[in-house]
Write a protein that binds this ligand. Structure first.
Ligand code: NI
Length: 255
């Protein structure tokens, strides 16, 4: 059984076919899904979906690019959701310097990031980190405000050299579609060096559709393509990747 540790089944594009999405995932052997939010509305939606299906869980949080257009009071609203039994993580949170260039807006990203790490610690949840073009600052924040219940570097796009520094802070490394891309060098290098007990897999659906379906909408049923690519890189069987990534996810999210 595979565990898709990061999908956005709460995205509007899936609204009419949530049941079909979950069924297609199961048929592909993907029995566990974590539906990840980007703001308060999508957090509530993730919980609603998780309530309907066994083995479907929710993460609640405010994404850095959403933080810049969000009132601070949303943090309190988010806090109310953290006691729900199907909420297993705070996310996605972090820093995005690709889309956010303005220093004042980056300051807002930073404040939401730290406030949500504190929430995660208070409610004993791991964190799901979005990090884009901001490796050094993300690392510094995590080092100075270390999440007590660990977390995952989602769709990790840092270097293989940084892998050890993040895993030393207690983080898991999650890989998705880019590891299947023919021209992607770095994710393949990362797939080789992450310790077996720290690697997770994810689709980030509807984004980052694996090869050979790039350009189409992604979904959790495509997880075996990602596991197959990682298995080839690490020279182990797909079953082995399936086994250890699911075991890691269950350990991290306490399922
Ligand atoms: Ni995402």
């Amino acid at each position: 059984m595979f565990f898709d540790t990061h999908c956005h089944l709460n995205d509007r594009r899936y609204q009419k076919d949530i049941k079909g999405y979950v069924e297609r995932a199961r048929e592909a052997g993907v029995n566990y899904l974590l539906v990840v939010a980007w703001d308060v509305g999508s957090s509530k939606k993730a919980i609603k979906i998780a309530e309907k299906f066994p083995n479907v869980y929710a993460a609640v949080g405010i994404h850095p690019t959403d933080a810049v257009k969000t009132p601070k009071s949303d943090i309190q609203e988010l806090e109310l959701l953290l006691t729900h039994p199907k909420v297993v993580a705070v996310g996605e949170i972090g820093l995005d310097y690709h889309w956010i260039k303005n220093p004042k807006e980056r300051e807002i990203e930073y404040e939401f990031f730290v406030a949500q790490i504190e929430l995660a610690n208070k409610y004993k949840k791991p964190v799901i980190i979005h990090m884009r073009d901001a490796t050094n600052d993300t690392y510094e924040i995590l080092k100075n405000n270390t999440p007590k219940y660990q977390g995952v570097m989602h769709s990790y796009s840092g270097s293989k050299e940084m892998v050890k520094r993040f895993t030393d802070l207690g983080f898991y490394i999650s890989l998705g579609g880019p590891v299947t891309f023919l021209n992607a060098r770095e994710p393949k290098e990362v797939a080789l060096v992450v310790p077996e007990d720290k690697l997770l897999i994810e689709t980030d659906a509807p984004y980052l559709t694996p090869h050979p379906y790039r350009g189409k909408i992604n979904e959790s049923a495509k997880i075996p393509l990602i596991a197959t690519a990682i298995a080839a890189i690490r020279n182990v069987s797909v079953e082995k990747v399936e086994e250890f990534t699911t075991k890691n996810a269950k350990r991290l999210f306490r399922i």
